[in-house]
Design a protein. Structure first.
Length: 45
């Protein structure tokens, strides 16, 4: 392998092999709210 003094640099999307659309935060938020509501219902019944 040849010596190279330049640091390796690739974009975030290429390093992750895709994009991050931001849907995950909504899924986690909705799931958290549903769990809290379900536990509240169980607690009150």
């Amino acid at each position: 392998m040849a010596e190279n003094d330049e640091p390796a640099s690739i974009s975030k999307d290429r390093a992750r092999a895709g994009t991050t659309p931001g849907v995950t935060r909504y899924v986690l938020g909705i799931g958290l709210v549903l769990v809290i509501v379900i536990f509240a219902i169980i607690l009150l019944v």
